[in-house]
Write a protein that binds this ligand. Sequence first.
Ligand code: PA5
Length: 466
Amino acid sequence: MRLISAVSGVQIPAPPPVYFMIKDPLIIDYKNMLADSIGPKHGILLKEIGSLKKKASGILRKTSSERAKGKLPFLDLPYQDIKKIIGISEEISDSFDDLVVLGIGGSALGAIALLNALAHPYRNILPKGLRRRPRVFVYDNIDPDQFKGLLDVIDITRTAFNVVTKSGETAETLASFLIIRERLKKAIGAGWQEHIIATTGPQKGALRKIASDEGYMTLDIPSGVGGRFSVFTPVGLFPASVAGIDIEAILAGAQSMDKRCSQKKIEENPASMGAILHYIANTKKGKNISVMMPYSHALERVADWFCQLWAESLGKRVDLKGKVINTGQTPVKALGATDQHSQLQLYIEGPNDKTITFLRVERFTEEIEIPRDFEDLEKISYLGGHSLGELINAEQKATEIALTKAKRPNMRITIPEINPNTVGQLLFMLQVQTVIAGGLHNINPFDQPGVEEGKRLTYEFLITKG
Ligand code: PA5
C-alpha cells in the first residue's frame, strides 16, 4: 500500500499497520489506532501519518545533531561505565540488611519501575534465606505516618540510605534526609556517614556540598539529564543493582533500542511511530487522555514512571516561540486485569477521549495451572487446565477487542518475557517517543516550569511562616 504525503505531495510507503521488530523482541501493534479498524472519526488515516513524516524526520535529525554536540546526554546513558555503581552496590550489599532510597518524582520513579519490574514481586518480605541481598525500600513522600512506619520495619543501625536529588535542594527529600541524618548520628555515633550514599548533580546543590563536607559516598547524576530521563543513571541503576538486578543487561537492551530509535525511516522507528500516533490522536481526534494498561503486575510501576515522563514533558503552557498553547495529553495508569473491574466500563462506554496502550507479556516467568475441578459447573469448569498466564492474556485480548468494537483507539506493546534486556528496551523507547512527541507539539520536553514554581512557592511559604 502507498500513500501521498499531504506535506510534500511525494509518494511514500504506507507504514505497516503492525510493527514487528525483527531482531529485537518487542512487538508493537498499532492497527487499532487506525481508521481502518475504528473508522475515520476516531481512527488515524494513513495520510495523516504521512503528513507528519517530514516533521518527524526533521525532529530526528535535530535530536541526532544535538546528541552529537553533547546536548542530549540521556541518550548516551546506555553506553556509560557502570563500574562505580556496581562497586558501591556490592559494598552496600555486603554491609547492610536494608537500603532505603529517599527521593521524589524523577528521583524515585525510575528505581521503583526497575525494582517492581525485575525483582521478585514480594522481595522485601521473602525470608532471608531466599533473598541474598538487602531489602530495598523507596520512600518518595513526606507523609509522617508512612515515614514512621518505615522506621518501624528497619533497623537503622543495619540500614544504608540513598539520598537522591538532582538539584540537591528538593524540600521533600531534604526533609527526610535531615531526619535520617540526625537519627543515624544518635544511633551509630562515629562512622554514621558510611550509611549514606548521595546521588546528586555533579557540581551544584546543597546535598553535593554536604556530601563533600561530611564525606558520604556519592554517585553522580550527569548534568543535562533531567529527573524523568534519569532511570539509566545511578538514580535507577544503583537501587536496582543493590537488589541484584543485572543492570548491564538493562543497558544492553537500551542500546539495542537506541539503534531502532535512530532509524531514519519513520515507519521503522517505533519511537517516532508512537509519538506520531499519540500526537494525531491528541490534536486531531480529541484524545486528551493516554492510558497505559499493563497486563502484568511487574510492569505496573513502569506505567507510573511513564505517566510522569509524559505529563511533565508534554504538559506545557507555551510553545517554543512563547505562544500560549496549554498543551499535553493526560496520562493515566490502569492495571490489567484488576482495573477491568474498575476503569474499563468508562473506557468502553464513557467519553471517547482516550488512547489506550496495552503492555502484554507473552511468556510469564511462572506458569501456574488452574486445576480442573467442578466439571459439572459450567461457570467454573471452563477455567480448568488453563494457566494463569493464558487467562490474563485472554482478558487482555478480550479488552482490546471490546475497545476496538467501541471505536476506542488502542495499541499493544508485546514483551515476549520480562527481563532486564526487554525492560531496558521498553524504557528507552518510551523516553525517545516522549522527546519526539515534544518536537511534534513544538514544546520543550525537558523543562518543568510548573514543578519549579510549586517548589519555589513551598520555599517562600515556609520561609515567611518561619
Ligand atoms: O523530572 C523531574 O525533573 C522532577 O520530577 C524531579 O525529578 C523532582 O522534582 C525531584 O527533583 P530533584 O531530583 O532535584 O530532587
